[in-house]
Design a binder for this molecule. Sequence first.
Ligand SMILES: [Cu+2]
Length: 467
Amino acid sequence: MTAVAAASVSQVAMAALPEPMMMGKPDTAPPLVPTTGRPYNPVVTLNGWTLPWRMNQNVKEFHLVAEPVVREIAPGMNATLWGYNGQSPGPTIEVVEGDRVRVFVTNKLPEHTTIHWHGQRLPNGMDGVGGLNQKQIPVGKTFVYEFIARRPGTFMYHPHADEMTQMAMGMMGFWVTHPKEKHPLIQEVQRDFCFLLNAYDVDPGSTTPMVNTMTDFNLWTWNSRAFPGIDSLNVRQGDQVRIRIGNLTMTNHPIHLHGHEFFVSGTDGGPTPVGSRWPEVTTDIAVGQMRQIDFLADEEGDWAFHCHKSHHTMNPMGHDVPTMIGIDHRGLVAKIQKLVPDYMVMGERGMADMGEMQMPIPDQTLPMMTGTGPFGAIEMGGMFSMLKVRKDQKPGDYSDPGWYKQPAGTQSFEWTGNLPEPARFKSEMASVDGKVPGLQGAAEAAAAGPTTTLTVRKPGAGMHKGH
Ligand SMILES: [Cu+2]
């Protein structure tokens, strides 16, 4: 894997500055084990990579290039975004507590920019708010940020210049500061993953996000990838695992892990006091927040890991579709499709049909519910991935072990015995006869005749916005 990653990184010489490393692929790069400076257990960035640095007289020097990029959101869809060093998000920066860090930032965007180092303790002039702490970095210019990474923890970086546009276009990156020695609140882990929550509004058929969208996004992504484009998190059974997540979308995301319980061991404010930790299987991450979760991966299997907002595990085409459950429209769709070739409706049995649908969709968009598992369509999109726990995963091996083979007799199965009619509660039997037992006025209700039937009309197309 190291060889593959090295081959996909090209080096462009730039006099006196550290050579900016460029990444051409959206794959999850193997961890970048440090060869200079203090040792640490490196993180793995989901569908991302860590930026190499050079040591210059005890200063760790990095070079970020802000520029337009093409990011594959998932196979079949490329988005025109802005990012750093060839990708969106930009590369993860990993340093050690106490390191002096110098970051060169070259602006190759069509407008000025800055970088704010979210969560860091640093001199005010290094905080990166354009106009407030510094002059904007003009097009074509390179600025230098320099500070000591004072606090170990989970951080991110993003522009503080024309923020609405630049973040909606994908400009952001992760930053991890490892502790310089054993820290009472930072447990040692075998696997350490990180990613950012982001969202885009890209019309089917186009490639550039609509930057004025405030809430109604149609691509819910982790590190600018939507399922099935998000890699799984692959671990060895018995590993202590950490996952670091930051939210740079416009809404909160309750992130949910199956099969295990975790503690929130840290935020962008630092490690949490032990007495403040309680077990969870979902943690809500608000806008501008970061959460670091720790758990023991002790259950073998392929465990779903996703945002619990059900509309965030879907790709485009989920909007403005009327609910058709209970309506028999067989034959109707084929007739309409003669006039409007891409006409489609939600299935009359629910939406599950969409997961298996093979109908053609416009170029440059993704199926709404997709992904195939060992037992058929997974019917997910957007913010969905899997934690894969395996007994035989080698230490330090992050490669995908394939699908879990469940031991015989441990999977839910079809009941093929007798199905007796269910016995009803007595009260239910009574109401079937038009009586409402146990209530005042039951006699009058019974005298009034059979139960009234209500017709409920649900809001139709165009009423379902803002998710
Ligand atoms: Cu969400």
